[in-house]
Design a protein around this ligand. Structure first.
Ligand code: PBG
Length: 331
């Protein structure tokens, strides 16, 4: 009771503040998403993600080495698929010599110890920009799960350490796990996008990969029939429980900042590592404000990272991961 207890005593100096600090972040907490394109000597800035790039395989090497040198030990790979290779079946997604499969090998050759995770979903490969196969205006579940399992297997065969299904089809974790087991990939892990919301924050990512749902009659223009309703909270528990039961090693909440209540719910409910994806729109918002001088970018990204970790994240996938690692090193 005041004045016996004066809370400001514990805030008086940097020394006492660091002594009682409850949450810390380190580069070990972070994973870097990477966008890969076909071609040579390409480092192409994404217009809605200033300071973030698509890399051709030759330029990916230097980037991966840089990421490793900053103390970040994991990357999450995405590919921009050339238009002529897109269809409605994900044919290119299982090409053993496809861009993703070559990207996995490129990263592993550049930095063998780097933990490589890969995105598993059809959208970059889909002429309709959907995460699964489209038929009569619907995104088919079980047919999509079949191809997604083959896709995950193909990534494992190319050397991926973890596959990260972001498609939100029902039952895909079990199907992928069984496929991997059946083919002997016991050690390939699954990071499941378990609570992935139908968010408006994915816009810049879809620019980066040219993967937005097409605006055509009779085809859903959004992903609300498979991604979660932004209004729902308990559903996240149900989704995540299922993914854990089906064999997920790591579960994920996505996007980040708007969904930290979900992160805490999962942290309090499950004893399994939780990843949080601070998505492209979150990056773009901070960048835009920082470029105008309206926000202190470094302070804001540290604050957001701390908030995500404090909410319960064990892993943070962030376009700011390199910046964060540099900021931590300079402290
Ligand atoms: C594709 C996928 C998306 C993201 C990760 N995997 C986009 C989407 O679901 O439309 C979003 C990442 C970001 O916005 O940074 N299944």
């Amino acid at each position: 009771m005041y004045p016996l207890r004066r809370n400001r005593r514990l805030r008086a100096t940097q020394a006492i503040r660091s002594l009682v600090q409850e949450t810390t972040i380190s580069p070990n907490d972070f994973q870097t998403p990477l966008f890969v394109v076909e071609g040579k000597n390409i480092k192409d800035e994404i217009s809605s993600m200033p300071g973030y790039y698509r890399f051709s395989l030759d330029r990916l090497v230097e980037e991966v080495k840089l990421i490793w040198s900053l103390g970040i030990k994991s990357v999450l790979l995405f590919v921009k698929v050339e238009h002529h290779l897109k269809d409605n079946k994900g044919t290119e997604a299982i090409n053993p010599n496809g861009l993703m499969q070559r990207a996995i090998k490129t990263v592993k050759d550049a930095v063998p110890a780097m933990l490589v995770m890969t995105d598993v979903a059809l959208d970059p490969y889909s002429i309709f920009g959907h995460d699964g196969i489209v038929e009569k205006g619907k995104i088919l579940n079980d047919a999509s799960v079949d191809i997604l399992s083959q896709m995950a297997l193909s990534h494992a065969q190319a050397g991926a350490d973890f596959v990260a299904p972001s498609d939100m089809m029902d039952g895909r974790i079990l199907a992928i796990r069984e496929t991997l087991e059946h083919e002997g990939y016991y050690d390939t892990g699954i990071m499941s996008y378990s609570a992935k919301y139908a968010s408006a924050f994915y816009g810049p990512f879809r620019d980066a990969l040219d993967s937005a749902p097409v605006d055509t009659q009779d085809i859903p223009k959004d992903k609300k029939t498979y991604q979660m309703d932004i209004a729902n909270r308990t559903e996240a528990i149900r989704e995540t429980q299922m993914d854990i039961d089906e064999g997920a090693d790591i579960v994920m909440v996505k996007p980040g900042l708007c969904y930290l209540d979900i992160v805490r719910d999962l942290k309090n409910t499950f004893d399994i590592p939780i990843a949080v994806y601070q998505v492209s729109g979150e990056y773009a918002m901070i960048k835009a404000a920082a470029q105008r001088g309206w926000l202190d970018e470094n302070a804001v990204i540290m604050e957001q990272s701390m908030a995500i970790k404090r909410a319960g994240a064990d892993i943070i996938s962030s376009y700011y991961s390199k910046d964060i690692a540099r900021l931590i090193a300079n402290l």
